[in-house]
Ligand binder design. Structure first.
Ligand SMILES: NC(=O)c1ccc[n+]([C@@H]2O[C@H](COP(=O)([O-])OP(=O)(O)OC[C@H]3O[C@@H](n4cnc5c(N)ncnc54)[C@H](OP(=O)(O)O)[C@@H]3O)[C@@H](O)[C@H]2O)c1
Length: 337
């Protein structure tokens, strides 16, 4: 079967198309999936470009969507023909995070082979059903970016109608967070480096937009927009370069979902302001399979569909990552085959 592999030590010019052995028929408890789409995440980029070291010949990509071709003995949840989407942590069925999800050792496309391939045979628990009527490309956005936004807002932050949410930037996680928050009756403030992207966010329902290049003190701008009160929840994909402003922007007793490393991996945190805000700072990595099932159900009920900026062929994966690095995208980038 055709697959993309990362040749050690990584690098976008070291992604290679290979003909790998077909994974064969599923054993007991397994399913065979004909994969048709993946979506690109920052984590996949770090594996592909060698920033996160991985095994030589690793098949990248955590997100995979396709059709069940065969089920092994004892599998009752799926049937051939079902449309499915992969789980970021196949070993996390439900409940709070635990030791095994404190690293990427069991994550497809990092510790184990991912889904930039024609077929996969995995335990049935490595997939969930995809939303009815969705394309494979749309479904592929669920695994990482979509589920992270869902878990942050609904799992950790306990979002409710009337809340005010701040999302930073217009990448995959933040745009899905905007859409979920609007579907659930929240008010949403979006930041971006681009006025044009802010207009697109408003077209998706954002109530306010702030250009963070023009307003370095965007946390203050958020407070002004909320009558000095601050927001209930912050979706924080930036990390050290944005956290101080996010703490400024959050209300007393509010919640910050610390999701990303877009501005780096360590830095200074104004701890006294965080304390004075009496805010909860919650680190998170994606979510459980149960949360993915709940997210799929919510997507079907609300009718929310992901925003796909651009689709590439699987063979163009390196080009797709370069497009992602350029930072001009809005929402998700996918590869299809
Ligand atoms: N913890 C988790 O479970 C989890 C899951 C998924 C992703 N992540 C992390 O979350 C981050 C975002 O992931 P993604 O997939 O959404 O990435 P992405 O689609 O590549 O989004 C990048 C966007 O972030 C915005 N951005 C960049 N620098 C910024 C800054 N200084 N302030 C505000 N916004 C900034 C930009 O938006 P504008 O162009 O509008 O300025 C950019 O387009 C990454 O660090 C990723 O590793 C974590």
């Amino acid at each position: 079967m055709k697959a993309i592999v990362v040749k050690a030590p990584g690098g976008l010019d070291r992604l290679e198309i290979r003909d790998l052995a077909d994974p064969g028929q599923p054993g007991a408890g397994e399913i065979r999936v004909a994969l048709h789409a993946t979506s690109l995440n920052f984590h996949d980029l770090l594996v592909a470009n060698g920033s996160i070291p991985t095994a030589d010949g690793r098949v990248p990509m955590a997100d995979g969507a396709g059709v069940v071709e065969a089920v092994g003995a004892g599998v009752t949840e799926f049937q051939p023909g079902d449309h499915v989407v992969s789980c970021f942590f196949p070993q996390w069925p439900a409940g709070p995070a635990f030791d095994a999800v404190g690293s990427f050792a069991g994550t497809p496309g990092d510790g184990i082979d991912g889904y930039a391939a024609q077929y996969a045979v995995r335990p049935a628990s490595a997939f969930t059903r995809a939303p009815r009527g969705w394309s494979h490309a749309e479904a592929a956005t669920i695994t990482t970016a979509g589920l992270t936004a869902w878990r942050a807002l609904v799992g950790d932050a306990q979002l409710k109608a009337g809340d005010v949410v701040l999302t930073l930037g217009t990448g995959g996680v933040s745009i899905m967070a905007l859409q979920i928050a609007k579907a659930m009756g929240a008010q949403v403030i979006v930041t971006s480096s681009s006025d044009e992207k802010l207009d697109r966010a408003r077209a998706l329902g954002a109530d306010h937009g702030i250009n963070y290049r023009q307003r370095a003190d965007w946390g203050k701008a958020v407070r002004e927009l909320t009558g000095g009160h601050g927001v209930d929840h912050v979706i924080e994909p930036g990390g050290p370069g944005t956290l101080a402003q996010s703490i400024h922007a959050v209300r007393v007793g509010g919640h910050i979902s610390l999701i990303g490393v877009l501005t780096g991996r360590q830095g200074e945190v104004p701890t006294s302001m965080l304390m004075a805000r009496q805010a909860r700072l919650q680190g998170l990595i994606v979510g459980s399979r149960r949360q993915q099932q709940e997210y799929v159900a919510a997507l079907e009920q609300t009718g929310v569909r992901p925003v796909i900026d651009r689709s590439f062929a699987l063979e163009q994966l390196a080009e797709a990552f370069r497009f992602q690095e350029g930072g001009n995208h809005f929402g998700k980038i996918v590869a299809e085959w």
